[in-house]
Design a protein around this ligand. Structure first.
Ligand SMILES: [Zn+2]
Length: 306
């Protein structure tokens, strides 16, 4: 069996190349994984768009149809920060479909990695910070509908707090949220995850890894999840335009391998999504995003390949 990777060419629709959100990065990430030879050792899956009933697990029905039909107010669209187009709308439904497929495959095989997702600033009734639908909240609630899945742990290492996820899931006793983020970064008004770990701006590899090493093992032990959703933040990187932290490629790789290994060692399935990532140099950005897929592949070979 091979490590499942999930991707759709529709993730990078036509889009303004000068926009702050690098829409082309998903296609660049796919190319990067092909160029480094990772794709041929993995099994590639192409998702269907998520259906609206599933998205409604975490969002108000009027918001879902309002976005689909481009009927949201100008103010609501400004808060999202992405212009509406058929392509971006289709990509939004596809990317949630990809995270759902990644969740299913993780439950089947132990580990799966999506080439998109991680839209953790989306709230129940509105989008925010380039996030429209909250794939983490949707996937967690969807997973709980399956037999044998009684508790889900979301580990979010995007440099920005997973505020939308925390607020949507505030009253879900069986979904626990953990966020490692930069204290001084967006959002200014933080939510309450079940566990929030705040780093000061300019924190580097050692400080960051110490925090992860200190907290992840006992969190997995006390929560005993049946599934982990892992948002692997690329915007903790020292060259990120919106990050404020100072991690290197190696620091991110060590973080990802550590978290995935701690789960694998305890036989906890993990679905990985990518988080953040706003470098101007798109080639470098694709390299940094690919670290989670490299890490997942290395952990797969160590624990799952047979
Ligand atoms: Zn972010």
């Amino acid at each position: 069996m091979k490590l499942p990777l999930i991707y759709h060419p529709g993730y990078s629709p036509e889009f303004d190349a000068n926009h702050r959100f690098p829409m082309e990065k998903f296609a660049r990430l796919y190319d990067r994984l092909e160029n480094i030879g990772l794709l041929r050792h993995c099994e590639l899956f192409r998702p269907e768009p998520a259906n609206e009933a599933t998205i409604r697990l975490a969002h108000h029905p009027d918001y879902v149809t309002g976005y689909r039909d481009n009927q949201l107010s100008a103010k609501a669209m400004r808060r999202i920060g992405l212009p509406w187009s058929e392509g971006v709308m289709r990509r939004t439904f596809l990317a949630v479909g990809g995270s759902l497929l990644s969740t299913e495959l993780a439950l089947e095989r132990g580990l799966a990695a999506h080439l998109a997702g991680g839209t953790h600033h989306a709230h129940y009734q509105e989008g925010s910070g380039f996030c429209i639908f909250n794939d983490l909240a949707i996937c967690a609630r969807h997973a709980l509908t399956k037999p044998g899945i009684d508790r889900v742990l979301i580990i979010d290492t995007d440099v920005h707090q997973g505020d939308g996820t925390a607020r949507i899931l505030d009253n879900d006793p069986d979904i626990l949220t953990v966020s490692f983020h930069c204290r001084q970064n967006f959002p200014a008004r933080k939510a309450h995850s079940n566990w929030d770990f705040e780093l000061d701006h300019q924190s580097g590899d050692q400080t960051y890894l110490n925090l992860v090493h200190r907290h992840i093992p006992y969190l997995l032990d006390i929560t005993e999840p049946d599934l982990v959703l892992y948002d692997a933040g690329a915007d903790v990187h020292q060259d990120d335009a919106l990050g404020l932290l100072n991690l290197t490629d190696d620091g991110i790789y060590q973080r990802d391998v550590f978290i995935l290994s701690e789960c694998a060692y305890r036989n906890i399935p993990v679905s990985c999504v990518i988080g953040g990532g706003y470098m101007k140099d798109r080639k470098r950005l694709a390299e940094v995003h690919s670290i989670i897929h490299q890490a997942a592949f290395d952990v797969w070979r160590e624990y799952y390949q047979r």
